[in-house]
Ligand binder design. Structure first.
Ligand SMILES: Cc1cc2nc3c(=O)[nH]c(=O)nc-3n(C[C@H](O)[C@H](O)[C@H](O)COP(=O)(O)OP(=O)(O)OC[C@H]3O[C@@H](n4cnc5c(N)ncnc54)[C@H](O)[C@@H]3O)c2cc1C
Length: 435
């Protein structure tokens, strides 16, 4: 008889895992307190698909993840009446503030065969005439008087590295609904609008979950894919003591501004990582520019204890910090009086690298700590988590001999020890949303 897996969460990660497990013959049940899939932090994702990571393994995972979006319709194999999430292939540009800036990223691109182009400043100006190419840093807090001063840096940025195949998914909730259709076609079920209140154990193993309204669901396996609630769920399961790396929720504001009117940023803009200003830019529907933070050390971080209770309004200081920094790179950027965009939570691990692992409680697994940068990897994460669950349930001692995950689309094997809950902090991490 097939084993029952309860997956706590029906965001893009929980759904991707359910799809691959149900295709392996497991009976899956996604439980989510929201009334529809993809209504948690996934719904507010910028859904950028880029490959600039701090290690070969995390870069490989992003490149593998891209192939799922590229072949999304075939991967789903079913029709969704709501339509199919579209991959906008606009490319990704990393601005360099010195000639050897980001050399390690280029090394990983070379090693993995990720296509890239070196752009000099003339090329950048030609493609993105709205950009001012002067060095604009160092960034300072918005309440520092120097915030409004001219930059003390002299000279220009040192060109950039452009990856033409990078892009973004315009509607991350729709992508998750696409997964729901595929899961249901494979026999998986959903319990939406229901909250998990407890993790049940029997004979030293997980045995199911307790829901609101005094309901219990028996399960052989439980997977924590609860996004910013992951720490709460791990606490409920009593597995925190066995984790060297933990997770917590971080409040995040992303702002949407109109593009300068004489430039069609929606169709001609490229996603841009600007480490000089600790910002990223992404084209947005309605000829807008999405502006996100690259986590400058000088900006305060707002950690949230209770993900059900945080300020979903924009703060004046964060709005000013992001949009006025952005206006240094895009001097013609119109700045409206009222803030718009999204406010949500990242589920951040201690080193900003996710945890894809088992736990000390047999049968209880986790795909957590996605740290603001794992939407892109959902397809690959679904597959690697399904492999991990299957291997562990069939006797693999993953803590002693980590699973070696063979990517399906690229010629790479990823040592899953990289994503272990027991790992040492990854010192090469950017400790930011860059991963
Ligand atoms: C503002 C923002 C911008 C981002 N931009 C990018 C980007 O550009 N590129 C990228 O790759 N990634 C990005 N990310 C990260 C990416 O969106 C996340 O890593 C991903 O969506 C996480 O998916 P998830 O399924 O783990 O979490 P979620 O989508 O949050 O799903 C978890 C679900 O669990 C449910 N849940 C929790 N606790 C319980 C409970 N007790 N009972 C029942 N249900 C429960 C919640 O309701 C929720 O629906 C961004 C994230 C944010 C917030």
């Amino acid at each position: 008889m097939s084993k029952t897996v309860v997956i706590i969460g029906a965001g893009v990660i929980g759904c991707a895992i359910a799809l691959q497990l149900s295709r392996k013959g497991y009976k899956t049940i996604n439980i989510d307190k929201n009334p529809e899939v993809g209504y948690g932090s996934t719904s507010n994702s910028c859904a950028v698909v880029r490959f600039s990571y701090s290690s070969l393994a995390t870069t490989a995972l992003a490149f593998e993840g891209y192939h799922y979006w590229k072949n999304w319709t075939d991967f789903l194999g079913v029709k969704d009446e709501r339509g199919v999430a579209k991959y906008h292939q606009c490319g990704h540009l990393m601005l360099k503030h010195s000639p050897d800036d980001r050399a390690h990223v280029v090394e990983f691109y070379e090693a993995l065969g990720i296509p890239y182009e070196e752009w000099d400043n003339a090329t950048i100006s030609n493609r993105l005439p709205l950009f001012n190419l002067n060095l604009c840093g160092p960034v300072v807090p918005v309440d520092d008087p120097e915030f409004w001063e001219e930059s003390s840096s002299e000279g220009e940025i040192a060109g950039g590295i452009f990856v033409p195949i990078a892009g973004y998914i315009g509607d991350p909730s729709l992508a998750t609904h696409n997964l729901r259709c595929a899961i249901e076609a494979a026999g998986g079920e959903f319990r939406l609008g229901r909250r998990v209140l407890g993790i049940n154990r029997k004979d030293g193993r997980v045995s199911g979950v307790a829901l609101d309204a005094d309901e219990e669901i028996a399960a052989d396996i439980v997977v924590n894919a609860a996004g910013p609630y992951s720490g709460k769920i791990n606490e409920m399961a009593g597995v925190l003591d066995g984790m060297a790396i933990k997770t917590k929720a971080l409040r995040r504001e992303v702002h949407h501004l109109p593009s300068p009117p004489d430039f069609d940023f929606e169709h001609k803009g490229v996603m841009t990582s600007d480490d000089d200003l600790y910002l990223y830019f992404r084209p947005e529907t309605g000829n807008k520019v999405t502006i996100g933070s690259g986590d400058p050390p000088c900006d305060p971080q707002v950690w949230v204890d209770d993900p059900d209770d945080f300020d979903r309004g924009f703060t004046e200081s964060q709005w000013k910090a992001q949009v006025y920094r952005a206006a240094r790179r895009i001097p013609e950027l119109p700045i409206p009086n009222n803030a718009s965009g999204v406010v949500d939570l990242y589920d951040v691990s201690d080193d900003w690298i996710p945890i894809y692992d088992r736990s000390d409680l047999p049968g209880f697994y986790m795909a957590v700590g996605t740290s603001g940068h794992q939407f892109k990897n959902a397809g690959a994460v679904g597959d690697l988590m399904a492999e991990l669950v299957d291997a562990c349930e069939n006797g693999l001692d993953h803590d002693q001999t980590p699973l070696q995950y063979e990517c399906s689309h690229i010629d790479q094997t990823i040592d899953m020890g990289v994503f272990s809950r027991r790992r040492k902090i990854h010192r090469e991490s950017s400790f930011s949303v860059r991963g």
